[in-house]
Design a protein. Structure first.
Length: 256
């Protein structure tokens, strides 16, 4: 009796992402090659990773072939296994470095006491990622779905990001009685809204959204309004609404 494939407990299946039935190449080596020690070897390995980024952006993880990577890098395919054991290992390293770079990006500094501008700056960082690297952002979803080890890394990075948001809310509202876990759930809910919106706008290129939000700046501004309304239960200042001034009227007023 064959054993059923186990699903990582940290990576529940996503409804929007079908699991891939593709298997690793049979000629993938079983042991990870030793890191190169020569300058030429180090440069060659780096070139393969750079080529993988271009191919992932263009074709995605599931359609990427190692021959495509070798061609992009301008080298013989037979050299690939001198540097990486498999396609999975290569993509794992490329995407891990990508999300580590994401975590290291700091929002633009804004004036103290201006919460709306702070939200805009934080959202701008995320919107830029989706707009500038849509292929890699799609790969994050596909690879996270299929590779348990990567999923653990991805979950850890996103948890740290949401904790920062929760801590920021606590600083804004030091007197609230909400516990740390509740604030973290609020951060996840708002972050999920933003991720799904940006994915559909800049990765899936939904024409309904791209017509209104042609660039990441406009999307980051709109999402900041939604965040502000959700956290502060009111609109930001009228001049901060910009092209979405009509949202000022979208507010509940209690009848006397």
């Amino acid at each position: 009796m064959t054993e059923k494939k186990k699903t990582s407990e940290h990576s529940p299946a996503r409804a929007a992402v079908a699991a891939s039935s593709r298997k690793e190449r049979k000629n993938a080596v079983q042991k990870t090659p030793s890191a190169p020690t020569t300058r030429r070897g180090i440069a060659t390995r780096a070139r393969l990773k750079e080529a993988a980024i271009f191919v992932l952006e263009r074709q995605g993880y599931r359609n990427m072939r190692l021959q495509d990577v070798a061609d992009e890098a301008g080298m013989n395919f037979s050299l690939f296994y001198h540097y990486f054991a498999s396609k999975t290992e290569l993509v794992h390293e490329v995407l891990t470095e990508f999300i580590e770079n994401i975590a290291a990006v700091e929002p633009k500094s804004v004036a103290r006491g201006d919460p709306f501008s702070s939200i805009v700056a934080a959202n701008q960082v995320v919107a830029n990622l989706y707009a500038n690297s849509p292929g890699l952002m799609r790969c994050l979803v596909h690879f996270d779905e299929e590779e348990g080890k990567f999923s653990d890394i991805f979950r850890s990075v996103t948890l740290d990001w949401h904790k920062k948001i929760a801590q920021s809310m606590h600083k804004r509202f030091p007197d609230i009685s909400a516990d740390e876990e509740t604030l973290l759930m609020v951060a996840y809910a708002l972050g999920g809204m933003m991720d799904n919106f940006l994915f559909e706008c800049f990765v899936d290129r939904n024409p309904v959204l791209t017509r209104v939000f042609p660039n990441p700046t406009s999307a980051a501004h709109f999402l900041a309004i939604m965040w502000y309304r959700a956290v502060y239960l009111t609109n930001p200042e009228a001049e901060q609404l910009g092209n979405f001034a009509s949202l000022e009227l979208l507010a509940f007023t209690q009848k006397s």
